[in-house]
Ligand binder design. Structure first.
Ligand SMILES: [Zn+2]
Length: 382
């Protein structure tokens, strides 16, 4: 039992992040875990976060959808959570996967504003409409997770829709995200590391500057939301490209490519940071696709793909599915990806730029709960 819960919490851990390129919605963790009516269980339950993330994936018709969670510091010692749950949240906090704040205040809306993300919350933001007019002007930007037949469903605060809608990054957000920032507080999980020199805390996961969260603005000054300290400008933020993996017509996951770190994609790459496709593949595809099959690199803004497989792969120029257009990529061959190009590891298994690779098949979600099905079945249904 304990082991199964740990597996579910591990699965949820893969769906929380503060990376502006990957997060798809903002929520307040302390609020979500107390949605007791979602399952009728104990007052606070971390598994409710998994239920809300599942609902988000279903509505966005995409697997592996991460959320940006704001966490009130009191939650780290909340007696309504199990000691295991508190330990998990502390680990997320230490690794900078969530943003832990003494006074969350309007930070949830600030993050949503800077990043152009929808907000999942039942809270009313009446006093903040002036500062964040999109909360009332853009239907689908703020949605309440409520009990539904097969788990939570969303209801938009405005317009009555059900599907979360992304906006665009605000002009301030674009400006802040063009730079990298450094917090003077040693070991800061949000704005430390990444070449932090004296500030880097080796006990922690080094944070790639490309994935830094958006700073808070206090009186127009970029500030660490956790420590309240003025952030130092550490130069331009490294260039990134967001790629997506589409299998069977559906986006299964996205990943960020930086100039510092090539990314290997395959059945089960051994390198750290490799993208594992094995769990989505049928037997035939698993036999064809090598453990590490293609390597992606970002060089002066160009995405370069290199086949490192046994069987080779192909490039579909401009995303064309016509067989005559397919360009074979033999083992060890490289190619620069032009706009719209997509790499095909095996029929139906493709990688391309996330904004050029739409989902195109009916959705059959791999639930984050799926990794421990017996546990998921024990969750009381509303
Ligand atoms: Zn800090």
């Amino acid at each position: 039992m304990r082991f199964e819960i740990s597996k579910v919490l591990d699965a949820i851990e893969g769906r929380v992040c503060t990376d502006p390129s990957l997060a798809r919605a903002v929520l307040d963790l302390a609020e979500v875990i107390r949605y007791q009516d979602l399952d009728g269980g104990r007052p606070a339950n971390l598994l409710r976060l998994g239920m809300v993330i599942d609902a988000l994936a279903r509505d966005l018709e995409e697997d592996s959808v991460p959320v940006y969670a704001i966490v009130h510091r009191a939650l780290l010692s909340d007696p309504d959570l199990t000691s295991n749950e508190r330990m998990v949240v502390r680990r997320w906090a230490d690794d900078g996967l969530v943003e832990v704040l003494d006074h969350p205040g309007d930070r949830m809306l600030e993050v949503a504003d800077l990043l152009g993300l929808p907000v999942l919350s039942r809270a009313r933001f009446d006093g903040l409409r002036g500062r964040f007019p999109w909360t009332v002007e853009q239907p689908g930007r703020v949605l309440a997770p409520v009990p539904g037949a097969g788990g939570p469903v969303f209801i938009a605060h405005v317009g009555g829709g059900n599907v979360p809608v992304a906006g665009t990054r605000s002009a301030t957000g674009e400006k802040l995200l063009a730079r990298q920032w450094r917090c003077p507080e040693p070991g800061c999980a949000l704005f430390g590391g990444g070449g932090g020199g004296a500030f880097a805390d080796l006990a922690r996961v080094e944070r790639a500057p490309a994935g830094q969260p958006p700073p808070a603005l206090r009186g127009g000054v970029p500030t660490c939301p956790r420590h309240g300290a003025r952030l130092g400008d550490a130069g331009p933020r490294p260039r990134t490209e967001v790629l997506a993996v589409r299998i069977g017509g559906l986006i299964r996951r996205r990943f960020v490519l930086t100039e510092e770190q090539p990314v290997l994609v395959g059945r089960a790459p051994e390198e750290q940071g490799g993208i594992v496709l094995g769990q989505w593949l049928n037997d035939e595809a698993r036999r064809w696709i090598s453990r590490g099959h293609v390597r992606f690199e970002l060089r002066v803004g160009e995405v370069i793909v290199t086949d490192v497989s046994t069987n080779g792969s192909g490039v579909r120029p401009g995303g064309s599915m016509a067989e005559a257009d397919r360009i074979a990529l033999k083992p060890q061959q490289s190619r620069v990806l032009s706009a719209g190009d997509m790499v095909e590891l095996y029929p139906g298994v493709q990688v391309g730029r996330a904004d050029e690779l739409p989902s195109g098949a009916p959705f059959t979600p791999t639930s984050v709960m799926a990794e421990a099905p017996t546990m998921a079945m024990r969750l009381p249904r509303p």
